[in-house]
Design a binder for this molecule. Structure first.
Ligand SMILES: [Ca+2]
Length: 198
């Protein structure tokens, strides 16, 4: 569908140029030049609108493809990456795909992410999540720097977060039933990106 859209845009643009050139030759120095110029400008605007629509459709199609490969929840899609990377490299991969490292905002989202990690990576996998206290020790924020209202630290066995300034990036462990730990950001872990559904 998008290729047909692109062809349509190109055809309209070529048609507009030819029309404008022909009109320019035939009606030079006449009042019709003003009309032709207006037509050309109108058509140019129309082509720009179609081009914007094509780009929007491309983004929608790309997001649909990502969601089909991953898992869709009510306002976002998760997509797992099994190759272990350090926190910042993992974050860069998500950004390059048009998303961010996944950051569960409530218990339901955390459960969905935990379930998806078990199915798509490993039943005992541990992944990076998009939550860190890199800027201010003890203040856990998401990838936009916003303080997170929901946390799911493992507190019964190992009393997370316990790494102080040595561990500033958060992970979610399937082995710990979706509970979180703080870890050194240079540790290499698989990860899940999230994509907002508009
Ligand atoms: Ca810390």
């Amino acid at each position: 569908m998008e290729y047909r859209g692109v062809c349509l845009v190109l055809c309209l643009f070529c048609f507009a140029q030819v029309t404008f050139q022909q009109n320019g030759k035939k009606q030079r120095q006449s009042n019709k030049d003003v009309v032709s110029m207006k037509m050309y400008e109108d058509l140019k605007k129309e082509v720009q609108n179609i081009w914007q629509e094509v780009n929007h459709l491309k983004e929608q199609q790309s997001l649909t493809t990502l969601c089909m490969k991953g898992m869709k929840i009510h306002n976002k899609c998760f997509l797992s990456f099994t190759e272990a990377k350090a926190y910042h490299q993992a974050s860069d991969v998500c950004i390059a795909q048009g998303g961010t490292l996944s950051a569960p905002e409530n218990g339901d989202e955390n459960d969905s992410l935990y379930d998806y990690v078990r199915k798509s990576i490993h039943s005992n996998a541990e992944i990076w999540i998009g939550i860190n206290d890199l800027t201010t020790e003890g203040m856990w924020v998401d990838m936009t720097g916003t303080k997170v209202p929901f946390k799911n630290w493992e507190t019964e066995i190992t009393k997370q977060p316990d790494g102080g300034k040595q561990e500033n990036c958060a992970s979610l462990s399937a082995m710990a039933i979706g509970k979180w730990s703080d870890k050194n950001c240079k540790t290499e872990l698989p990860f899940v990106c999230q994509f907002a559904i508009v």
